[in-house]
Ligand binder design. Sequence first.
Ligand code: SAH
Length: 349
Amino acid sequence: MTDKIDLRSMNFSELKNLISEMGLPAFRAKQIYQWLHEKGVREFSEMQNLPRALRDKLEETCVLHNCKIDTKLCSKIDDTVKYLYCIAPGEYVECVVMKYKYGYTICISTQLGCKMGCTFCASAIGGFQRHLLPSEMLSEIYTAERDLGIKISHIVLMGTGEPLDNYDNVLRFLELVTDPQGLNISMRHITLSTCGIVPRIYDLADLHLGLTLAVSLHAPNDAIRSQSMPVNRKWQIDEVLKACRYYAKTTSRRISFEYAMIADFNDSDACALELANRLKGLLCHVNLIPVNHVKETAYHQSDKTRLKRFIEILESRGIPVSVRRTLGSDINASCGQLRASKRKEGDLS
Ligand code: SAH
């Protein structure tokens, strides 16, 4: 990595300080910030209202981290587009753009690879490379917007990586992406998904950001959860749910529990009953996800009857349930799979 200044990761007040340290007039900070965030430029040479000497100076001392499109897959079934971006040699990151009635949602990655090791997840394959910088997460969005000629209205942090394991960079990303001088996306349109890093759930609650917290539960008890999610050996379900209760109480926001339905693993009537009991009284809803088949794993989707029965049991006990729509199934759109296959090609060092 370079030791040049990562300009796009700076907030406006940091940029103002930098500009004043450079002995430049304050209005330059505003111009540069607009180029970086409103216009999403990729090169200093695109900052047309800056004097040549200043552009050269920025080029010398600063860096713009940009995603380059390596592969773009467009679904023929719906309008889902999946990108595999290259950030640097051997560094690939995935994101997906989905079209809904209310606008475009982007699913972004927060790390290169992941440390969490969930056994059903393609992102775990090949382990962890590094955290993504705020500027790199922003570039996932700016690059897709520019390529598709669209404006993104909703963001889900559900791509590769564990956002709460890259906490400071993710918080800065959230600050920048919601900035009225930048993309100005409402916190209410942002969902952060975590596998359950308990201390960080408390920290996030205390910030009162107003974003939606999604928690990957995937099991009603510790015996099942620890088998597929190693993180559960550190923070068990009771602790995760206690933190969720705190989050819901502190923020008045409903928690979304993700539950991947895996045949003969976590989809029995007994599992549904146990889940309903544990979630009783918590401001939440359960989002059932037909598990995506990942070649490297032995997991299979529950059948439709099982899914229906599971929903009935939860709903009859007052737990709101939704089933995640499968978008882009013809392009392997669930995150991690494209990156994993790129690794297989031996393209990663
Ligand atoms: N690390 C975060 C966000 C990344 S994954 C987290 O764990 O929540 C986003 C969601 O996809 C998580 O709920 C994750 O458990 C789920 N997921 C991973 N692999 C999946 C698969 N093969 N099928 C269905 N959902 C999967």
